[in-house]
Design a protein around this ligand. Structure first.
Ligand code: NAD
Length: 296
């Protein structure tokens, strides 16, 4: 049994919220669950349109982790010049296929394709990315459904590393439907009970707003936006942002400076990225349960 008091710490003394470690725990737990059920087929299907290199890598990693989790995966790849009908037909086929439990359409789609119309074809039970209108509606209404993987991964990290949320002040930087908006909903939900503020590019005195917070979740995509001046001593700081710079891939958080002040911090890479995939696996097992392919 893993204990919670032996966390690795940064040089400055902050708890390191290790996403690789937690993702591995989640994947191993799913594998054990599927094994214990006699290995029912749990299938994740991905749809990739075009030849975007990062998207290809993301999809490959998802398949690798699905296999490690004891799932089977299917992949549909369409050319860059695929038409709206081609993509919609591919998703429709997967939606109707009872052997497929989770469908993930890798975004963004090439220019000229309407992603909303494609996502509309994914049934809520199979929407393991949690990004469709119906899944978002279920999240807002507090009904059973899939939650977007990145904000769900952040919640798992906070929980695993003992970051208290009830009655605490949380600031989320970024208001996208992919990360920031569902993140605020999850933090404010009953059971988590944080007081969550949604900050964005028009927020005045962002540093001052963040300095009030016990928890900061940065999802702006602005390299090293969150400096030590943003952080109240002891606060938990979660970095979601990914920026490609001359120094390589950089997060939204100035890790070296912030780890001196924060009580807990995610590394970048190795924090929220792996957790996104771990939660995709969690959602896929939940999808198989919702569809009756795996006992509840
Ligand atoms: P987005 O561009 O849709 O949204 C960015 C948000 O940040 C906007 O709401 C904007 O108002 C806000 N913002 C931008 N600049 C700001 C500033 N200077 N101050 C305050 N707010 C500002 O992006 P997204 O899809 O939400 O993704 C956000 C970041 O997270 C990106 O870097 C993306 O690559 C990354 N991301 C990481 C993961 C992961 O697994 N770690 C998953 C998804 C997205």
């Amino acid at each position: 049994m893993t204990t919670y008091d032996d966390f690795e710490r940064t040089a400055g003394g902050a708890v390191l919220m290790d996403g690789n470690k937690l993702r591995d725990e989640i994947v191993a737990g799913i594998r054990a669950k599927i094994d214990s059920l006699g290995n029912p087929a749990v299938c994740l299907a991905t749809v990739l349109v075009g030849a975007d290199k990062p998207s290809q890598i993301y999809v490959r990693n998802k398949h690798r982790k699905a296999e490690e989790a004891g799932m089977i995966s299917r992949h549909v790849e369409l050319a860059e010049d695929a038409t709206q009908d081609d993509v919609e037909n591919a998703v429709r086929d997967l939606a109707e296929d009872s052997g497929v439990h989770g469908i993930l359409v890798q975004l963004p789609l090439p220019a000229g394709l309407d992603a909303e119309r494609v996502l509309d074809l994914v049934p809520p039970e199979k929407d393991v990315d949690g990004l469709t209108e119906r899944s978002m509606g279920r999240l807002v209404r507090g009904r059973v459904g899939h939650v977007p993987c990145t904000p769900l991964g952040v919640m798992r990290l906070l929980d695993r590393y003992g970051v208290e949320t009830s009655g605490k002040q949380a600031v989320v930087i970024g208001r996208s439907t992919l990360v920031g908006l569902p993140q605020v909903l999850l933090l404010g939900r009953k059971g988590c009970d944080a007081t969550a503020t949604l900050a964005h590019s028009r927020t005045s005195d962002l540093a001052g707003v963040c300095r009030q917070a016990d928890i900061i979740i940065a999802a702006a995509g602005m390299a090293r936006l969150v400096t030590a001046e943003f952080v109240k001593p002891g606060a938990a700081v979660v970095d979601v942002g990914i920026s490609r710079t001359e120094d390589g891939i950089v997060g939204d958080v100035d890790f070296d400076a912030v780890q001196e002040v924060a009580g807990a911090i995610t590394p970048m890479p190795g924090g929220t990225g792996p957790m996104t995939i771990g939660c995709l696996m969690e959602n896929t097992l939940a999808a198989a349960r919702m569809l009756g392919a795996v006992p509840t």
